[in-house]
Design a protein around this ligand. Structure first.
Ligand code: SF4
Ligand code: SF4
Length: 215
C-alpha cells in the first residue's frame, strides 16, 4: 500500500537536505542490523517471505497498522476536505487523550495550545470499532491520499512546529529489502512531508488564532 503522503513537490535548502541524509542513514543503519538477524534464519523461515513484502502489507497481515489504536487529530482543514469528499460530517468527535503522557509536549511547546479545547479534548477521528479508524476497511483507507488527515499523510515522519525531527520506529524496518529505505518502501519523501508539516501547523495556527482553544 503506498503511503498516503503522495502529492505535491518542494525544494529543501541545504540544511534540510543534510538533515534528510542523516535521517535516512540512521534508518538504514537500523534496518541493516535487523536484516543481519533475518539472514541468520533458515531460508524457509516465514521471516524470509516477509522480507520481500512491502512494509504496510506486513503490518496489515499482522493487524498492527498505524491506522489501529490511534487517535487521529483532525485539523479544521482536514474536517472540510473530508466533509467535501464524503458529504458527511459525522466522522469526528471531541475526545480527551487516553494517556496523560500525550500532554507532555516539551519538544513542541505550542502543540497543546493549538490542539486542545478548553475542556482538554481534541478533535479526532471516530473509531468504527474499538481502536479501528472510522475510515479503515479490509482494503485499506477509504480516503484518497490528498483527503486524509495531515497527520496520516505525515506518518511515519516525526516533527515539531520547527522541523522534521525523525522517523518513527513503529514501521517494521527489519523487513526492508536491501535496496530500499523506509521512505522508498512507503513511497514517501521528506520534501512532501515538509509541505504537509507546514500545512498542518498553518491550519492549526489559523484555527487557534481565530478561536483560542486551550484553557
Ligand atoms: S506502521 Fe509503517 S509500515 Fe506499518 S502500516 Fe504504518 S506506515 Fe505502513
Ligand atoms: S484516515 Fe485512513 S490513513 Fe488515517 S488512520 Fe484512518 S484509515 Fe488510516
Amino acid at each position: 500500500m503506498p503511503h498516503p503522503c503522495s502529492t505535491g513537490s518542494g525544494n529543501f535548502h541545504g540544511r534540510q537536505a543534510a538533515r534528510r541524509y542523516h535521517l535516512e542513514q540512521l534508518v538504514e543503519m537500523y534496518a541493516e542490523c535487523s536484516r543481519q538477524k533475518v539472514k541468520t534464519l533458515p531460508r524457509n523461515h516465514a521471516k524470509w517471505k516477509e522480507y520481500f513484502m512491502r512494509l504496510c502489507a506486513i503490518c496489515a497481515k499482522e493487524n498492527r497498522t498505524c491506522c489501529v489504536y490511534r487517535d487521529i487529530l483532525v485539523s479544521k482543514g482536514d474536517l472540510e476536505r473530508i466533509a467535501g469528499y464524503t458529504g458527511a460530517r459525522n466522522f469526528f468527535e471531541l475526545r480527551q487523550p487516553k494517556s496523560p503522557e500525550y500532554l507532555d509536549q516539551d519538544g513542541d511547546p505550542n502543540w497543546n495550545f493549538y490542539t486542545l479545547f478548553a475542556d482538554g479534548s481534541r478533535r479526532v477521528l471516530k473509531h468504527a470499532k474499538p481502536g479501528i479508524c472510522w475510515f479503515l476497511t479490509p482494503q485499506g483507507c477509504l480516503l484518497p491520499g490528498q483527503v486524509r488527515p495531515l497527520v496520516c499523510r505525515l506518518h511515519p515522519v516525526e516533527f515539531t512546529e520547527e522541523m522534521i525531527t525523525g522517523l518513527s520506529r513503529e514501521c517494521p524496518a527489519e523487513h526492508l529489502p536491501e535496496n530500499e529505505t523506509l521512505l522508498t518502501n512507503l513511497e514517501m519523501d521528506l520534501d512532501r512531508a515538509e509541505l504537509c508539516r507546514h500545512q498542518l501547523y498553518a491550519e492549526l495556527r489559523q484555527e487557534t488564532l481565530g478561536h483560542p482553544k486551550a484553557a
